[in-house]
Design a binder for this molecule. Structure first.
Ligand SMILES: NC(=O)c1ccc[n+]([C@@H]2O[C@H](COP(=O)([O-])OP(=O)(O)OC[C@H]3O[C@@H](n4cnc5c(N)ncnc54)[C@H](O)[C@@H]3O)[C@@H](O)[C@H]2O)c1
Length: 261
């Protein structure tokens, strides 16, 4: 296992949710953090500042930069910011994503394309923006956030499940191409985590705000061998493992408590 102390990580969608869990657990392992997120949205900017503060409380450095993963220009600036501010770039976590429930008959072409633009093309563009830095260095670890829905069918999520299956596939191909050049590529497959995404899905089913987390946990407990939903920290710990595991590439780690086997 590699020591990742003093390495530098870029995390897209790192302001909150799973991205924050990745930032905090990497910081706990000694990594400095660069968050790329939609800071032009007020509550995301506030969340990003909270994540930066949490990382700094752990004794590591952190910055947050505006970045839409659909923009090559934003992504280029994000990677440059990491190198300019912290002197290097070692870990890249394409984590930004969206998920909007929609039955097949109501799913618009626009929503299908938007989901692929952010979840799939956004992952590709994030990796491509980081590559000049990683290849020049001759080392690096990329850990994308896919989903267990990329492994199996999920009702009302044909667009999302396909966008994440594509991420799992890209991880395999990228790992083949980049391994000989010192860059490993893996992904995590979260099960159910209470975040902005899952909260918005429950809005569509009219679940009251104060009951959301409890209901999600109860539903997960009933369908999960390990009896609980997952947390952002569960995801962050798996990312730390994949960054340290220097003989592992092209793989996906299922972190669903056994819900998707
Ligand atoms: N929550 C779950 O149960 C779950 C399960 C499986 C996979 N995931 C995946 O985890 C990842 C993180 O989601 P989350 O659950 O933490 O949700 P979240 O909504 O809390 O976080 C997603 C983050 O991505 C950012 N984002 C959205 N579009 C962006 C764009 N175009 N450019 C840059 N940033 C953008 C948002 O601002 C937000 O901060 C996503 O890829 C999601 O698909 C989540």
């Amino acid at each position: 296992m590699s020591d990742i102390t003093d390495q530098v990580a870029v995390i897209t969608g790192g302001a909150r949710g799973i991205g924050r869990g990745i930032a905090v657990e990497l910081a706990r392992a000694g990594v400095d953090i660069v968050i790329g997120d939609l800071l032009s949205v007020a509550d995301i900017a506030v969340a990003a500042a909270e994540t930066v503060a949490e990382v700094e409380r752990l004794g590591r450095r952190a910055i947050a930069r505006q970045c839409d993963v659909r923009s090559e220009e934003d992504l280029g600036s994000l990677m440059t910011a990491a190198v300019d501010e912290f002197g290097r770039l070692d870990i890249v976590c394409p984590n930004a994503g969206i998920c909007n429930l929609s039955p097949l008959t109501e799913l618009s072409v626009e929503e299908f394309r938007r989901t692929f633009d952010i979840n799939t093309l956004g992952m590709f563009l994030t990796v491509r923006a980081a590559l000049p830095h990683l290849l020049e260095q001759g080392s690096g670890s990329i850990v994308a956030t896919a989903s267990i829905t990329g492994l199996r069918g999920t009702t009302e999520l044909v667009h999302y499940a396909a966008s994440k299956a594509a991420v799992i596939s890209m991880v395999q191909t990228m790992a083949l191409e980049l391994g000989p050049r010192g860059v490993r590529v893996n992904c995590i497959l979260p099960g159910t985590v209470f975040t902005g995404i899952s909260s918005a899905q429950m809005d569509k089913h009219g679940v009251p705000e104060e009951m959301k987390e409890q209901i999600l946990d109860q539903v997960s407990a009933g369908t999960t061998p390990l009896g609980r939903m997952q947390t952002p920290a569960d995801m962050g710990q798996a990312v730390v493992y994949l960054c340290q595991a220097d003989n592992v590439t092209g793989t996906s780690i299922n972190i669903s408590g056994g819900a998707a086997l």
